[in-house]
Design a protein around this ligand. Structure first.
Ligand SMILES: *[C@@H]1O[C@H](CO)[C@@H](O)[C@H](O)[C@H]1NC(C)=O
Ligand SMILES: *[C@@H]1O[C@H](CO)[C@@H](O)[C@H](O)[C@H]1NC(C)=O
Ligand SMILES: *[C@@H]1O[C@H](CO)[C@@H](O)[C@H](O)[C@H]1NC(C)=O
Ligand SMILES: *[C@@H]1O[C@H](CO)[C@@H](O)[C@H](O)[C@H]1NC(C)=O
Ligand SMILES: *[C@@H]1O[C@H](CO)[C@@H](O)[C@H](O)[C@H]1NC(C)=O
Length: 314
């Protein structure tokens, strides 16, 4: 993380601290060492069990953490339901019918309440769940500082403004800058989370049939990958809005580097004027099998893939 980004994150952390009434936003890896020493083991156990019935759950929980953090900080506001004082973020356009994993978070919370009642915040549960999800998917390990407080307010407007599949690079950079994230390092690293998980057809259809209103496909999409997506997402009929597609067609459930490998490999073989690509374009050749998922995480990979996650409460 660059010095400027680090400063921005610190400033933001200070702003968050001010917002919660001057409470310290100091996070620490040892936060629950005395009060809930088994917190990681308990979260891991519940996640592993959930994964037996739902192979998508690790990607879903990672996205849930991002959708929480991007909206006024990692405060678990995404978990709040409608009430007299709250308009839930769950029904914001980027979340409605696509944010997943709420029952698993509830199961984690229930298990933690049994072991150490009233101790672990839901915001920390989301952060730990994302970290363990990446680890269990073959990704790198990192230590996550803890001690986040749960928010008591939601912001539907901000949730509706999450980075979206139709945003161009300028818009994405504006949105990242607005929450104190680096517009290069963080944007690239966080995009890499599309190395696992699924995408509904409704987020892909424009690029298959009507890219930027041109009435034509996105010219930067690899032809083979486009044909494959078009089969799953027909222009009309079927469940053309909600059918699911692998975000990374090479290793769909592994947290590895193939999202980047796929983009570079397509960029190398197509027009130099390609636009930013929120969906990975399929490589012409299968990428090297020497992906991180095929190996044990090395110590070099122990740094967080998302430099600002867990090191602040942005
Ligand atoms: C919560 O409130 C929003 C906004 O008023 C509404 O669109 C949504 O349907 C509500 N959800 C539930 C479950 O009541
Ligand atoms: C959320 O999705 C449901 C369909 O499952 C739809 O009826 C509802 O209008 C959507 N809510 C919003 C706020 O878009
Ligand atoms: C909600 O988020 C919007 C957009 O980020 C922001 O302009 C607004 O001030 C926020 N509302 C509150 C009450 O914080
Ligand atoms: C990016 O999108 C915004 C909002 O839709 C638009 O105003 C802007 O002109 C676009 N910029 C580029 C470079 O396409
Ligand atoms: C393509 O998108 C443009 C702009 O959103 C819209 O005006 C047009 O009707 C669309 N064309 C088709 C065939 O859907």
């Amino acid at each position: 993380m660059g010095g400027a980004a680090a400063r921005a994150v610190l400033l933001l952390a200070a702003a968050v601290a001010a917002l919660v009434g001057g409470a310290s936003a100091q996070l620490s890896e040892e936060f629950y060492d005395r009060t809930c020493p088994d917190v990681h083991r308990i979260v891991r156990r519940v996640l592993k069990k959930a994964h037996q019935d739902d192979p998508r759950i690790f990607a879903s929980l990672t996205r849930l953490h991002f959708h929480d953090c991007f909206v006024q900080g990692c405060d678990a506001s995404i978990l709040l339901d409608n009430s007299t004082s709250i308009v839930s973020e769950k029904f914001a356009r980027p979340n409605n019918n696509s944010a997943r994993g709420y029952p698993v978070v509830d199961a984690v919370k229930a298990a933690l309440e049994e072991a150490c009642p009233g101790v672990v915040s839901c915001a920390d549960i989301l952060a730990i769940a994302a970290k363990i999800s990446v680890e269990l998917s073959g990704g790198p390990r990192w230590r996550v500082p803890l001690g986040r407080r749960d928010g008591t307010t939601a912001n539907l407007t901000a949730a509706n403004n999450l980075p979206g599949p139709r945003d161009n690079l300028t818009t994405l950079q504006q949105k990242f800058a607005a929450v104190g994230l680096d517009v290069v390092t963080d944007l690239v690293a966080l995009s890499g989370a599309h190395t696992f998980g699924r995408v509904q057809c409704q987020f892909v259809t424009d690029r298959l049939y009507n890219f930027s209103g041109t009435g034509r496909p996105d010219p930067t999409l690899d032809a083979g990958y486009r044909a494959q997506l078009a089969k799953s997402c027909p222009r009309r009929g079927g469940n053309r809005r909600t059918a699911l597609n692998d975000l990374d067609p090479t290793t769909p459930d592994a947290f590895d580097k193939n999202y980047f490998v796929n983009i570079v490999s397509t960029a190398a073989s197509s027009s130099p004027t390609r636009s930013y690509c929120p969906l990975p374009a399929r490589p012409r050749r299968r990428p090297s099998t020497a992906s991180p998922s095929a190996r044990r995480p090395s110590s070099r990979a122990s740094r967080a893939p998302w430099p600002t996650w867990g090191t602040s409460s942005f």
